[in-house]
Design a protein around this ligand. Structure first.
Ligand code: HEC
Length: 232
């Protein structure tokens, strides 16, 4: 019994480790490729209290989007690219690379976006070339640029790679779900196999009883062998 529990634990740990490895490598060659490895950490960064509760007060109507577009093209496209894919002419060589904000902005809060555009990337955990715009763009302009960036995702993405929401849609998510399902299935299969093996590990007396029950040995042999076992 102890053995069984230990084996199950071992398999559980092994499964968790391979799951972590799978999460880690999900960036390679998957549709999430535009996401560099430090991006998760940046997206989890605490938002300073003065920004934390902000929501966009400017509705994303045509006029706002037009102003946002002009601001974006003048201030952001060199790095983030015309379509917000992170591939502008000045992107090359930047480490971390400019975020594909057409996509990431879909899942990031108003407060985070406004904070990042206001203060840029000069501090940890960002440590990036992202400039601070609080001196160049007033608050309304920052919100309008956010409206425009969000509209990029909506327009271009449609049913593209990641769907409207990177985390729950598209092949990136399916790939991830597939890996998890595969790991779970393998674990179930392994656990079943080991509990099968455990039957073979039952005590000699139990084996003897089973063989007798199946009629493989007669009563006389059974009694004799049982006595022998009990004397041991
Ligand atoms: C000099 C290049 C450069 C310019 C110009 C620039 N950015 Fe960035 N930006 C970056 C880099 C590099 C990152 C990724 C690292 C980081 O998050 O700090 C980034 C990150 C961001 C993020 C965070 C996205 C995320 O997924 O975490 C937002 C939002 C953003 N930029 C918006 C803008 C906007 C809006 C403008 C124009 C007003 C702009 N940026 C101009 C380089 C630039």
């Amino acid at each position: 019994m102890m053995v069984k529990i230990r084996v199950t634990w071992f398999l559980f740990l092994a499964a968790m480790i391979s799951l972590l490895a799978a999460c880690d490598s999900a960036g390679d060659g998957s549709p999430m490729d535009g996401m560099d490895s430090g991006m998760m950490e940046r997206h989890m960064a605490p938002i300073p209290p003065e920004y934390a509760d902000l929501t966009n007060p400017i509705s994303a109507d045509a006029a706002s989007l037009a102003r946002g577009q002009a601001l974006y093209e003048a201030n952001c496209a060199t790095c983030h690219g015309d379509d917000g894919e992170g591939d502008g002419p000045a992107a090359g060589g930047l480490e971390p690379p400019p975020a594909p904000i057409a996509h990431t902005a879909q899942m990031l809060s108003d407060a985070y976006l406004f904070y990042r555009i206001s203060e840029g990337g000069s501090i940890a955990p960002f440590n990036s070339a992202m400039p601070a715009f609080e001196g160049n763009l007033d608050e309304q302009e920052r919100w309008e640029v956010i409206n425009y960036v969000r509209s990029l995702g909506g327009d271009m993405m449609g049913n593209d790679m990641m769907g409207g929401n990177m985390i729950m849609g598209g092949p990136g998510f399916l790939l991830f779900a597939g890996i998890i399902a595969a790991v779970v299935l393998v674990v179930i299969w392994l656990v079943r196999r080991t509990s099968g093996h455990n039957q073979a590990a039952e005590s000699p007396l139990e084996i003897l009883k089973r063989r007798y029950a199946r009629g493989e040995i007669d009563a006389e042999h059974y009694e004799a062998m049982k006595r022998e076992l009990e004397e041991e």
